[in-house]
Design a protein around this ligand. Structure first.
Ligand SMILES: Nc1ncnc2c1ncn2[C@@H]1O[C@H](COP(=O)(O)OP(=O)(O)O)[C@@H](O)[C@H]1O
Ligand SMILES: [Mg+2]
Length: 261
């Protein structure tokens, strides 16, 4: 059994001390949700789109729910979004608005209304992450891929890695493309982990490379991909920038607001 010193040494082995990374804000109780709709259900979670109104501002959000049984998945997702936010990684993953824990049946019903089906696999209490809804998106596929999308997908993954987050579930449904703008967004950090070592980053990148390669080869775009990826892997954030002030005390939680993406 590892001592707490060993666990701490492990946690900061690659740059970022989790203790200095601010927690995601809690979703304020005064946010009003309407027009909820189920947009994804997997083994570990259910995802709904909804209109969220807070202080007279309304935006569409994605709400990703986890039953207690999948608490570790929820924690992984939350911690990775905290690391991304802390490192100002934006655009390549959804903006994260906040999270909450232990919603009971009543609160779930209030938020999801009729969108909560009797066959839902959610078991209360549930935990929830509130994210930017990526409107008009489609999953990566041979139909949606272009060499530019490959380049942006790998560029986005590099930024995620620079924030010391390994995605670890690189599959087509977890890479959303907005065809009208060409935006590429990495979603689903429930299998992710933070502060990886070099080979863990390398593995993640290799899986992405293989996936994109298969898609583009099908699409006859492999020359473009080779051009797109023929450059060094994004370097690590220098240790000094994070070690300079290894402040052990947590910063104040982020102020909650509905950031417009
Ligand atoms: N922020 C989002 N914007 C739009 N659609 C989303 C968003 N998050 C999830 N989805 C949709 O929900 C599906 C499941 O979400 P995901 O986070 O991958 O959960 P799971 O862990 O169940 O795979 C995705 O494949 C996507 O279609
Ligand atoms: Mg997924």
């Amino acid at each position: 059994m590892a001592t707490s010193e060993e666990r701490y040494a492990q946690a900061i082995k690659n740059n970022i001390d989790p203790d200095i990374v601010p927690h995601l804000p809690r979703i304020p109780k005064t946010v009003r949700f309407s027009d909820s709709r189920l947009i994804g259900d997997g083994v570990h979670s259910e995802v709904y789109s909804a209109s969220a109104t807070y202080k007279k501002q309304t935006i569409t959000v994605a709400l990703k729910f986890f039953s207690q049984k999948w608490k570790e998945r929820f924690d992984a997702e939350v911690q990775s979004y905290e690391f991304l936010e802390h490192n100002s990684v934006s655009g390549v993953a959804p903006t994260v608005y906040g999270c909450d824990r232990n919603w009971n049946r009543e609160r779930l019903r209030e938020v999801l209304g009729d969108a909560l089906r009797p066959t839902s696999s959610l078991r209360t209490p549930v935990s929830v992450v509130m994210l930017e809804y990526i409107a008009d998106s489609v999953p990566l596929s041979v139909d949606s891929v272009t060499w530019r999308i490959c380049k942006d997908a790998l560029g986005g993954l590099d930024l995620i890695h620079l924030a010391q987050v390994v995605h670890h579930d690189i599959r087509e449904p977890n890479i959303l493309i907005v065809p009208s703008t060409g935006r590429v967004v990495w979603i689903d950090f429930s299998s992710s982990f933070v502060n990886p070592n070099d080979s863990e980053i390398w593995n993640d990148r290799q899986v992405a490379y293989s996936l994109l390669y298969l898609d583009v080869v099908d699409h006859g775009l492999c020359c473009g991909l080779i051009l797109a990826v023929n450059r060094p892997i994004g370097g690590r954030i220098p240790r000094s920038s994070f070690y300079a002030d290894s402040v052990r005390s947590r910063r104040k939680p982020l102020q909650w607001h509905l950031k417009t993406p």
